[in-house]
Design a binder for this molecule. Structure first.
Ligand code: MSP
Length: 506
């Protein structure tokens, strides 16, 4: 069977320029996509922007421009940000793209024809910034439970999606697919707080504003922005086009990466839409935690953040990537601060990784004029390191499948730390003083270069730029995942004067 992997980020609202929180989702997805590609999977990585809705219409009005002009600017800015972060998406889908618009209209019509969508009247509470409907009981202190802002009472003729029809089927699916919602705690939350108490039909059209995809057979209505947005995962595969190859190859999605606040849409509304369309459900939805600042969510509407480009310019893209991936444990929130970023750069990137590469290259130059081959003089003391290297890829594969991204980095950096310890224990500088120990010395340096090469291969998905630098410094041509085990017969010719991988920051 062909190995394929379809991974998505949420498509973000271009209501303001993206912040480090959006970078987080996108960097995780990019790292996993890169990992799978290097691991031989035919990978499709989708990201994009969710451009319709009342909030964007209002923002554009305030700015005195059309909604399309408004989002165009922000999307351009976002694409530049993704380029600066080296995000390797295969498509950036915009919900204003013609193929998406047409496909959402077809999906809506299909569900209407099947009677899964019907016309009724909506009266309810709406949070415009979150584009979410709430019931009285879901409010917290009378306000939106997600963002804490005022909700408005809206009353209008509307179409509804029959969530209630699919409740049992969804419950059964979630119970039978324990991996579908990750982490486990979010699965329980969805089942106990939302699904089991009973699903109310969802209002899926609006008439009170215009900035949306018109319902073809009732053009006073625009499609509810979440129905529009979720469909992107299908429309990007050409679901409504005549060319079915992408759908056949990539659907169902292997992994939807989403923030914890939108797990609800991805594990209730989305699966029900798919069931109604007779399509298989995605394999996994991962609801990650938030990057928080001083205990609160970083948010466009709170305005408590800097342009991520400032950090990239100051510390480099890989430092930013490493920091957000390392700092947030599986599914939990993680604090974002520039101080902690600097401290990670110093403690991990400069002191452990950079230092190891520098020391090793320095010794290879000093003792062997930069050329190292394997002399095979192995001793007992080498075993722990060689064993770690042997098992490393198996362990990172497992952690990636469990979405323990922070742990993957921790594990690889443990091996780098072990290398530094290995140098201290094998004392190359002492071996160098003894004519009879030169073959042993060269073996030690070979082992360390192998460790640098193997860890570097596995770090490539996370830090694409710095790992290229290491490859150039040790002149390795064995850098594929299939080479990520100890090779006996390489010749290393290292750079004479390598520039440091990461500078310590004062
Ligand atoms: N447009 C919807 C998603 C539709 S997907 C079919 C949306 N957009 S959003 O602009 O509000 O972005 C939400 C996503 O951005 C979150 O789910 C999360 O992935 C990411 N983040 C936004 N702020 C974040 C943090 N402070 N920390 C981590 N991620 C956060 O919801």
């Amino acid at each position: 069977m062909d190995k394929k992997f379809y991974i998505t980020t949420p498509i973000y609202y271009p209501s303001a320029n993206f912040h480090i929180g959006h970078c987080y989702s996108t960097i995780i997805a990019d790292s996993i996509a890169r990992y799978k590609r290097l691991d031989g999977y035919d990978t499709f990585f989708l990201t994009g922007s969710d451009e319709h809705g009342q909030k964007i219409e209002k923002k554009a009005q305030e700015a005195g421009i059309t909604p399309k002009e408004y989002v165009d600017k922000i999307v351009e800015n976002a694409k530049d940000l993704w380029e600066q972060l080296d995000i390797s998406y295969d498509r950036f889908i915009r919900t204003t793209d013609a193929d998406h618009v047409k496909c959402v209209q077809e999906i809506f019509k299909k569900l209407y024809d099947k009677k899964d969508i019907y016309k009724g009247e909506y009266q309810g509470l709406y949070c415009t910034p979150c584009e979410s409907f709430w019931t009285e009981t879901q409010l917290v202190d009378g306000k939106c439970p997600d963002c804490g802002r005022e909700v408005q009472l809206v009353k209008e003729e509307a179409y509804f999606l029959k969530l209630s029809n699919y409740q049992k089927q969804l419950e059964k699916f979630i119970e039978e697919h324990p991996d579908f919602i990750q982490p486990e705690s979010r699965k329980n939350e969805m089942l106990n707080n939302f699904i089991r108490p009973g699903l109310e039909d969802l209002c899926v059209s609006r008439t009170s504003f215009k900035w949306g995809i018109p319902v073809t057979f009732d053009p006073n209505h625009v499609v509810y922005v979440w129905i529009d947005a979720l469909s992107n995962y299908l429309t990007a595969l050409g679901y409504c086009s005549n060319d079915t190859r992408m759908m056949e190859k990539y659907w169902p999605a292997d992994l939807h990466i989403v923030g914890k606040e939108i797990v609800r849409f991805h594990t209730i509304v989305w699966p029900i839409m798919l069931m109604a369309l007779d399509l298989p459900l995605p394999k996994k939805v991962f609801g990650h935690g938030w990057l928080i600042i001083d205990g609160g969510k970083i948010s466009k509407s709170l305005g408590n953040y800097k342009d991520p480009r400032e950090y990239i310019a100051k510390y480099g893209r890989d430092a930013v990537r490493y920091y957000v991936l390392r700092e947030i444990p599986f599914g939990n929130d993680g604090n974002f601060s520039e101080e902690a970023l600097v401290s990670r750069i110093n403690s991990d990137l400069a002191n452990i990784w950079g230092n190891l590469v520098n020391r090793t290259v320095g010794m290879a130059n000093k003792y062997f004029d930069g050329k190292i081959t394997n002399k095979g003089v192995i001793q007992e003391i080498d075993m722990p390191l060689l064993k770690e290297l042997d098992e490393l890829k198996i362990n990172t594969d497992k952690l990636i499948d469990e979405l323990q991204i922070s742990k993957v980095l921790e594990l690889i950096f443990d091996v780098l730390r072990l290398c530094n310890k290995y140098i201290d224990e094998t004392t190359p500088w002492a071996l160098a003083k003894d004519e009879n120990q030169l073959e042993r010395l060269e073996t030690v340096l070979y082992n360390i270069l192998e460790a640098i090469r193997i860890t570097n291969i596995l770090l490539r998905p996370f830090m694409p730029t710095s790992t290229e630098k290491v490859i150039a410094t040790i002149h390795s041509d064995k850098n594929e995942f299939s080479d990520s085990h100890f090779l006996n017969d390489l010749t290393y010719i290292v750079d004479k004067t390598p520039s440091p991988l990461f500078e310590r920051i004062q």
